[in-house]
Design a protein around this ligand. Sequence first.
Ligand code: CO
Length: 621
Amino acid sequence: MTRPHPLDPLTADELTAGRAILAGEGLLTETTRFPAVLPVEPEKGDAAPDRRVQYTLLDTATGQARDVVVSLSKREVVSTEDCGEGQPAYLFEEYDLAASITKASPEWQAAMERRGLGDRIGQAFCAPLAPGFFGRPDETGRVIRSLTFLRDDESDSPWAHPVEGLIVHIDLTGQRVIRVEDEGDVPVPPEHGRYDGVPARATLKPIEITQPEGPSFTVDGNEVTWEGWKLRVGFNAREGLTLHQISFQNRSVLHRASVPEMVVPYGDTAPGRFWISYFDAGEYLLGKNGNDLRLGCDCLGVIHYFPAFVADDHGHPVEIPRAICMHEEDYGILWKHTDLAGRAEVRRSRRLVISSISTIGNYDYGFFWYLYLDGTVELEAKATGIVFAGAAHPGTDHPHANEIAPGLFAPVHQHLFCARLDVAIDGERNSLVEVDVERVPMGDQNPYGNAFTWKETPLRTEREAQRHADPAKARVWEIRSAERTNRLGSATAYQLVPRPSATLMAQPESTVHQRATFATRHLWATPYRADERFPAGDRPNAHPGGAGLPAWTAADRDLVDTDLVLWHVFGPTHIPRPEDWPVMPVDYSGFSLRPYGFLDRNPALDLPSGASDDHCSAHEH
Ligand code: CO
């Protein structure tokens, strides 16, 4: 076995070796399954870390789950801990199990017959969905809910044909139906939702991206170097893509960056939807559902792909050969000036794109990290795929769902991502300051009324650092180094620049508010702790709430000159539209981290003036 870097993703050999250690310890039985297998990242500053893997093991016969940490280096089990509240992520085989339990249910069959759909049972698609948490006495342990959709044939998109109001509650451990809700009866929308097979227009001429001398980045294992940037690319089954040890001009910017959680709460009161609030990372696993990306489609140009290995339900390695795509993109102009003599100097911007895409049920999420020549880091989340819809009589005036095709009603919902940014601006000791622009009242300080200024508010504790964005004040959050100043004597800094977006719309009394409290603020900050990784807690599936950020920050720990971790919430709030059907154009959201006095001047003065020659340069005129 070749020795990977401590921050590298797990390899197939390691997954196999780790499973063998578990088997050798007698921890695996016929009914043991592997809901999550994650690398244990080394402690900061540990020069010779032990290579470890955390296995969440589920006994499907009893529903008992535990986390077992294995040392691959020492070939032994390091720790075993029973999982507390909340359920491990779903297994792929549980989706099939839920479908077969549903279809075998006499009550479900009777509901289909009653609706006149008895002859379409063979083409029914059962969508298994996390139930949220409502404390029902008959809904404890490992449960899932199944909604029914129809297909005209095997290739049809089921999401176009919801069977409204038919909800099957399933006990996965007991492999039985808890109950069937059959609420009313509206027609199944007949129009198909196919988006493939459409004759392609012939008017678009090809665009070829060529880099005849190859890309400008170099790759050594998972370490990437590009135009002053250096970083390590990682991947795990839960978060998908992770970035590590990001530096610019040999100065640290971020120790680690990822999107460890997201929640998709629905704003509809209907029996089939009021409980929907997918935690796509914690309940379904973004990495395990990672796409194998395709050249010329997902990414264009000269591409470097990183493979990733995740564990299947039985703990065996599964390769995603092209899990992460990396390439360079032209990004318009970076700077330009035409001087008094009419001479123009212009330099083109370029960015390094590192991306992965996860498909979870009807939705597809792309996570695109961008590094720019001017020192900016950006994350763009791309939400696409198929909006989730129910049915109602065409023309119904519905307060919580918009009619997007005849009789097809897509409920309002949110996609709230939470980025975890372990910042390290010129070292680990950083402080956080909120910066707002501020109006100045007429008077001695503003005799002409034109003046305005800015206000800096230190966010010194975890409570002070729970903040909302405020675009009317151009609000940004500045992360300042405690260890370095620029040539003007100011602390070197980066600013987190949010994009306007709504936070969680659900009421404080709702269960989703308790479970997704992280999504009620745009910003949280915590002092770094290795075990504080997931903002809704380690196990959000069927969890009553309160875990993660609200629990950690209750101590109101000090944040001044500490190893800061920022948690930034962003993402679209959807009132779906007809144009989102039958497949949704990408909805973009994200944020930027831009240097603010980190550098002494524009770092991109030395860019060559043309793409391949000097034709953009002033001296040719
Ligand atoms: Co949406």
